[in-house]
Design a protein around this ligand. Structure first.
Ligand code: CJB
Length: 817
């Protein structure tokens, strides 16, 4: 693209051209959606030039590449990001303006690509952004769900789920690759066959086949000609139509294959940190790894390198255990299809894969029943048994013959029926395993993978603390702060060198800088307050302290504890004399997040928040000192409005349960303070920004087991403050108390597994400290500046660079114009 191509006149012409040709519309009869589409198509033309340039160069030079396999990519909207990356936003704004539209109005017409549940999927999207920006030859592989995460609707305070029809309109950000298709088999049987060399080999035969078709999603790098790619697979029927059934009048059957095949990639499983052992999910996982590996191998074979060089050309990162079937699948291809010896094949496999663990929660660890695996993937089950046998033999021979140890470390769990422990398979099949924050990596070394650490040695188990892309999470979502930082530091280089934010520290006590800083925050709070007014008809005061907790609703994340503390605050405000009430710091407590549709307790938490909000927001006696808002359908685009508006955000998981958290990083990057437990990446955030700038409370991870044990045998201690709240709920102050019975029971009769009663008092104390600090505006502003200034470490650029250097052994591959 020549520079003139990005002149405003040329851009206008392009948009008009796409209106007439791509959309087949007259320019004088065009609404916002169509204008968005025409604009998006013209931006994509520019992006595609970079995409082609990059992919052609990669094809030509054939450097080592990394493939990031993830069942989830929570990308969000693409247009604004592309405009920023290509550095054409200013001109587009002007061109769109000349055509009678406002660019900001068009941006919101785009539907989020919401192919993920929460942190894990969003992390994958941030990593793709950084890999492209840093010119690492990295592709994502995933599934093209027709329905992403459900749309959350709140009705009478309860969560209702609606399908996410994200592909209803044309999607300019994906390219169907009708020529890139692979067959994927399920079921069938295993036979013995002679290969070309006359050796006897196992062969997976029969069964049903579906086709995987590729869709490419370009991932622009920021300020580089390089453009990355996420290749998503969509299932298609192999034979589209059964004419025999059709002719025999059996119309349903004639299209049944088509329907079955398409169903495979229809919908994203809406569970976060929770395994659902469904057959369709297992099929999705295999479909995904089979298609991806066929594609990777096809590309590898073009260069005619020997198989032993495969790990020098290919690194595969498994994003959690969801892609772990790739381990037995590559082994199967190498041994059964390519005729390699088992040990040679296994050497290649274990030099290729690496595995990221994202959770220690037992309910989230994938285990597949052996009978189900045998039915759907009979050859893989045999291979997994063999991998396990050879592994256990080695452990016994080289390390310890202890039966108990061998039982503990076995990939197969001897339950009835037997289960395949996917995390163990991933460890055994990978050269490197990483956790996602320092504490989390320590915990997996000490607990989940302890036997493996002893056997393999500690080097195999490393930590790479998560990161977030500063492009989406500051540059794009917080233009006010972006411009202030750029003006202060003298350039925008910080967007790709986030450590440069350090340069803000010297202005932390500068009164006029503080004023400018605080004004940006106020404008962002106003933007959110306006959104809440327009969309929810609730009035909130932007001068109040904005206290935000947005994330998946889960017992371990303790939104329940948050709403209990809000009720406590409400009860306290109600008791106050008018002159005391006036002295309080007004608060707006904002919640957002989806609960898995089958997660009953999490859905009750949503109901309690909404019921409490209803009472509190309509109680004039507390003089607007407290407002509660549950923002429905929390997603990436809403996060971009919500996060820059926080004074305080809450990350209050029971110590040891949140692997890292990444929204904590986003809030702090945007100058929001944190109220958090000593968990996940909160700890490292405190170290980076200074412990005096973070509000931490609660028990430590290594105390949790003992406390649970004590609670079990000696009962709970319910503090008076917590009892006030329980009494209020049970007394019907927030509606029919029987509704909340099961929720209260998780505390009183359920043993309080997440230690709310233990942490409640210190949590309330921290809230008071937050209020007191907020009264001193200069002190607060200084902390806020120090927050942003200390966040350089949490750029996903740092994280991806570490993966590339320590795990993938990958070098940047710079594309020249
Ligand atoms: N995580 O979002 C998910 N889903 C899972 O099934 C397991 C873990 C989250 O991954 C994030 C990225 O590493 C972490 O920051 C977060 O703590 C973890 O819950």
């Amino acid at each position: 693209m020549t520079p003139e191509k990005n002149d405003t006149d040329a851009i206008e012409q392009d948009i008009v051209h796409h209106t007439i040709t791509t959309l087949c519309r007259g320019v004088y009869n065009i609404d916002k959606l169509a204008m968005y589409q025409a604009t998006a198509h013209s931006v994509r033309d520019r992006l595609l030039e970079d995409w082609n340039l990059t992919q052609e160069a990669l094809h030509r030079e054939n450097p080592k590449r990394c493939y990031y396999m993830s069942m989830e990519f929570l990308i969000g909207r693409a247009l604004d990001n592309a405009l920023n990356c290509l550095k054409v936003k200013k001109n587009y704004k002007e061109s769109v303006d000349n055509l009678g539209f406002n660019l900001e109005d068009l941006l919101v017409e785009e539907k989020d690509a919401a192919l993920g549940n929460g942190g894990l999927g969003r992390l994958a999207a941030c990593y793709m952004d950084s890999a492209a920006t840093l010119d690492y030859p990295t592709w994502g592989y995933g599934l093209r769900y027709q329905y992403g995460i459900f749309k959350q609707i709140i009705k009478d305070g309860y969560q209702n789920e609606m399908p996410d029809y994200w592909l209803n309109f044309d999607n300019p950000w994906e390219f169907p690759r009708t020529d890139i298709r692979y067959e994927v088999r399920f079921h069938g049987y295993v036979a013995t066959k002679m290969n070309e060399k006359g050796e006897s080999r196992m062969s997976w035969e029969g069964g049903d086949k579906v086709q995987a078709m590729a869709y490419d999603v370009p991932i622009p790098g920021f300020d580089t000609k390089g453009c990355g790619n996420i290749r998503l697979w969509s299932s298609k029927p192999l034979n589209t139509f059964d004419f025999d059934s059709f002719n025999a009048g059996d119309y349903d059957r004639s299209v049944s294959e088509q329907t079955n095949a398409q169903n495979l990639t229809s919908v994203l499983y809406p569970n976060d940190n929770h395994l659902v052992g469904k057959e369709l999910r297992l099929k999705q996982e295999y479909f995904f790894v089979s298609a991806s590996l066929q594609d990777i191998i096809h590309r590898f074979k073009r260069a005619k390198c020997p198989w032993k060089d495969f790990p020098d050309k290919v690194a595969v990162q498994m994003n959690d255990t969801h892609p772990t079937l790739a381990v037995p699948e590559l082994q199967r291809i190498l041994v059964d299809v390519e005729g390699l010896e088992w040990d040679d094949a296994w050497d290649i496999v274990t030099r290729t894969f690496a595995f990221t663990n994202h959770t220690v929660l037992p309910e989230a660890l994938e285990c597949w029943s052996v009978p189900m695996m045998e039915k759907i993937l009979p050859r893989h089950m045999q291979i997994i048994y063999d991998i396990n046998l050879f592994f256990l033999q080695k452990v016994e021979r080289d390390f310890s013959p202890d039966r108990e140890l061998l039982k503990r470390i076995s990939i197969i769990e001897e339950t009835s029926p037997q289960q395949v422990r996917m995390a163990y398979l991933a460890v055994v099949g990978s050269h490197t395993v990483n956790g996602v924050a320092a504490l989390h990596s320590d915990l997996i070394r000490k607990n989940l993978f302890n036997d493996f650490v002893k056997y393999y040695g500690p080097e195999k188990f490393i930590n790479i603390t998560n990161g977030i892309t500063p492009r989406r999470w500051l540059y794009q979502s917080n233009p006010g702060l972006r411009d202030l930082i750029t003006k202060t530091l003298g350039s925008e280089e910080w967007a790709t060198h986030l450590d440069q934010l350090e340069g803000l520290k010297k202005y932390a006590e500068d009164a006029s800088f503080q004023e400018a800083w605080a004004d940006v925050k106020f404008q962002n709070k106003k933007r959110l307050a306006d959104w809440i007014k327009t969309n929810m008809n609730i009035t909130v005061n932007p001068h109040a302290l904005f206290d935000i907790q947005v994330k998946r609703i889960h017992e371990y994340k303790r939104q329940y504890m948050n709403i209990l503390s809000v009720i406590y605050r409400y009860k306290s405000l109600k008791k106050m004399a008018p002159e005391d009430l006036e002295q309080q710091v007004p608060r707006v407590v904002i919640f957002g997040g989806k609960a898995a549709p089958g997660y009953y307790i999490a859905k009750l938490v949503i109901k309690l928040i909404n019921s409490a909000a209803e009472v509190i927001n309509n109680d004039s006696s507390i003089k607007d000192m407290l407002k509660v808002v549950f923002i429905p359908d929390y997603n990436v685009s809403l996060a971009e409005i919500i996060i820059p508006a926080s004074d305080i955000s809450q990350h209050i998981s029971t110590a040891g349960t949140e692997a890292s958290g990444t929204s904590n990083m986003k809030f702090v990057l945007n100058g929001g303070l944190i109220l958090g437990t000593v968990d996940g990446a909160n700890i490292e955030i405190g170290e980076q920004i200074g412990e005096e700038n973070i509000f931490m409370f609660g028990v430590l991870a290594d105390a949790v087991d003992d406390i649970r044990h004590n609670q079990k045998y000696h009962g709970l201690f319910i503090d008076a403050s917590l009892q006030v709240v329980i009494d209020a709920i049970q007394g019907g102050e927030f509606g029919d108390p029987s509704i909340f019975g099961p929720l209260i029971n998780t505390l009183t009769y359920g043993g309080d597994y997440y230690l709310i009663s233990t942490d409640f008092k210190s949590y309330l104390q921290k809230h008071t400290e937050v209020d007191d600090t907020y009264r001193d505006k200069a002190a607060w502003n200084k902390k806020s500046i120090m927050c942003t200034a200390g966040m350089g470490f949490f750029s996903s650029d740092r994280a991806v660079r570490t993966y590339a250097e320590k795990i993938w052994k990958l070098k940047p591959f710079k594309v020249e114009a």
